[in-house]
Ligand binder design. Structure first.
Ligand code: NZQ
Ligand code: ZN
Length: 387
C-alpha cells in the first residue's frame, strides 16, 4: 500500500429538507454573497426563490448563466469582477457541477491580483480563496466533495482540471429531491460520470481488497439505483443513493493507498469536450469500453476478471479472456441501455480533428504515466474506435 496524506474538510448536509439549515450555515460568513447559477433550472424548481427567502439579511449579488462545461470567458472573469467590485465574502453555488466548478475558479481568482488563468494553469499557486457553500441539484461530478474544478477556454480548445486544497467547498447541501427534475439524458450522464470516476480508480496497479470492494459496490449501486432513477425520476431512495455514490466518486477516498492511475478516460474526454462542447458523462461512456479494449493484455487481465465477476456477476468458471471480454461488452451494454449515444458521430464528432486532439491530450495530459501508458497514437486509436 502506498503512503498518503488525506483530508476532506467539506461538511455534508444530506437529505430531504436539508436547506432549512442554510441560514445558520450562512450566518458564519459575511453579509455579501455571490449567488452563482446556471441557465435557469433552479428557478423552474423553485429553489432560487427559496434561497432568497431564506437569506433576507444578506446582500445578494448574482452571477447567472453559467453554462455546462463552464467557460473562463465570460463566466469566471465576470464572477471575479463581481467579487472584487462588491467585496464579496462568500460564494453560494446553486446548481450542478458546472456551476460549482466555475465558482471554485472564481473563489480563487477573487483573491488574486493577476489574470485568474495563471491559477488555473498552475503558473501561480493561489494563496487564498473565498469560502464556497453549495446546494447541489445534479448528482454526477463529485465536485461538492472535492477540491477540483474544470474550466474551458473555447478559443484555445482547453478544458483544464484545476485542483487546490483551498477549493474544497466549506459546506455542501445535498437534497436528493432537487435532482428529481434532472432530465433522463443528464441523469444517464451522471451515472456514467460517477461510474467512470470509480473505474479510473479501480484500474490501477497497486490496490487493496478494501478499495476494490468499495469500488465494486459503488459500481453495482450506481447501475441499480441509476436505472431506478431513470424509470421513476421521483424515487427518493434511488436518487439519494445515487447522489451519495456520486459524492464519493471524485475526492480520492476510493483510492487511498492505491498507485495513481492517470485518469486516462477523463484526459481524453476533457479534450473532446474542449473541442466539441459535448456532455462530459456521455463522452466518458463512449470512451470507456474502447479504452478498456485497448489496455486489455496479459498484464491487465486479472483486473478485468475481478471487475467482470464482482461487478457484473460473470461466471468465474469461464476462461479468463472470455470473462474480460464479457466485462467490456457488459460495460458498453449498460451505458447503451440507459440511453447514452455510444458513438462520437452521434455527438457531431468525426475523424477530422482526431490527430489534433490526440496530440493535444498527449502533450497536455501526459498519459505516458497512466496505469497503462498511452502514446499519442494509442489515444488517436481510442478516439477513432469511438467514432
Ligand atoms: O444550467 P441549468 O439551467 O442549471 O441546467 C443544467 C444544465 O443544463 C441542468 N440541471 C442541473 N440541475 C438540474 C438541471 N436540470 C433540471 N433539474 C435540475 N435539478 O443540467 C445541465 C448540466 O449541468 P452541469 O452542471 O453541466 O452537469 P454536471 O453536474 O454533470 O457537470 C459537468 C461539468 O463538471 C465537470 C465536467 O467536465 C463538466 O464540465 N467535472 C467536474 C469534476 C470535479 N469538479 O471534480 C469532475 C468530473 O470528472 C467532471 O470533469
Ligand atoms: Zn468526470
Amino acid at each position: 500500500m502506498q503512503n498518503f496524506d488525506y483530508q476532506t474538510p467539506t461538511r455534508l448536509i444530506f437529505g430531504k429538507g436539508a436547506i432549512a439549515k442554510l441560514p445558520r450555515v450562512m450566518a458564519r460568513f459575511g453579509k455579501k454573497v455571490l449567488l452563482t447559477y446556471g441557465g435557469g433550472s433552479i428557478k423552474k424548481i423553485g429553489l432560487y426563490q427559496k434561497v432568497l427567502a431564506l437569506l433576507p439579511d444578506k446582500e445578494i449579488i448574482e452571477l447567472p448563466g453559467i453554462q455546462p462545461n463552464p467557460k473562463y470567458d465570460p463566466s469566471v472573469l465576470e464572477g471575479v469582477r463581481l467579487c472584487k467590485e462588491n467585496g464579496v465574502d462568500v460564494i453560494l453555488s446553486v446548481g450542478g457541477g458546472s456551476v460549482l466548478d466555475c465558482s471554485k475558479a472564481i473563489a480563487a481568482g477573487a483573491c488574486y491580483d493577476g489574470d485568474p488563468w495563471d491559477l488555473i494553469t498552475y503558473k501561480v499557486k493561489a494563496k487564498a480563496a473565498l469560502p464556497i457553500v453549495d446546494i447541489l441539484t445534479l448528482a454526477a461530478t463529485g465536485s461538492e466533495y472535492d477540491a477540483g474544478g474544470v474550466i474551458s477556454r473555447t478559443e484555445t480548445n482547453d478544458k483544464i482540471g484545476y485542483q487546490d486544497r483551498l477549493l474544497y467547498p466549506a459546506v455542501s447541501f445535498l437534497d436528493p429531491e432537487y435532482t428529481f427534475t434532472v432530465s433522463k439524458g443528464q441523469t444517464a450522464a451522471g451515472i456514467a460520470d460517477a461510474m467512470n470516476h470509480t473505474i479510473e480508480q479501480y484500474f490501477t496497479e497497486d490496490t487493496t481488497l478494501l478499495n476494490d470492494g468499495f469500488c465494486e459496490s459503488m459500481l453495482r449501486s450506481l447501475m441499480k439505483n441509476g436505472r431506478k432513477c431513470l424509470e421513476n425520476p421521483e424515487d427518493y431512495t434511488a436518487r439519494a443513493e445515487m447522489m451519495l455514490c456520486c459524492t464519493y466518486g471524485c475526492n480520492g477516498i476510493l483510492a487511498l493507498g492505491n498507485s495513481p492511475s492517470g485518469w486516462p478516460c477523463h484526459a481524453i474526454e476533457h479534450a473532446l469536450s474542449a473541442y466539441y462542447d459535448i456532455t462530459h458523462g456521455w463522452g466518458l461512456a463512449i470512451i470507456t469500453p474502447r479504452w478498456m479494449k485497448k489496455i486489455l493484455s496479459e498484464r491487465t487481465l486479472p483486473r478485468f476478471v475481478k471487475y467482470g465477476i464482482n461487478v457484473f456477476g460473470i461466471d468465474p468458471k469461464l476462461p479468463a479472456p472470455e470473462i474480460a471480454q464479457r466485462a467490456i461488452d457488459a460495460t458498453y451494454a449498460f451505458f447503451q441501455s440507459i440511453g447514452i449515444p455510444m458513438h462520437l458521430r452521434e455527438l457531431g464528432i468525426d475523424e477530422r480533428r482526431v490527430e489534433e486532439m490526440a496530440h493535444h491530450i498527449a502533450v497536455n495530459e501526459g498519459l505516458d504515466e497512466a496505469y497503462v501508458p498511452l502514446s499519442e497514437s494509442d489515444i488517436a486509436d481510442i478516439i477513432r474506435e469511438s467514432l
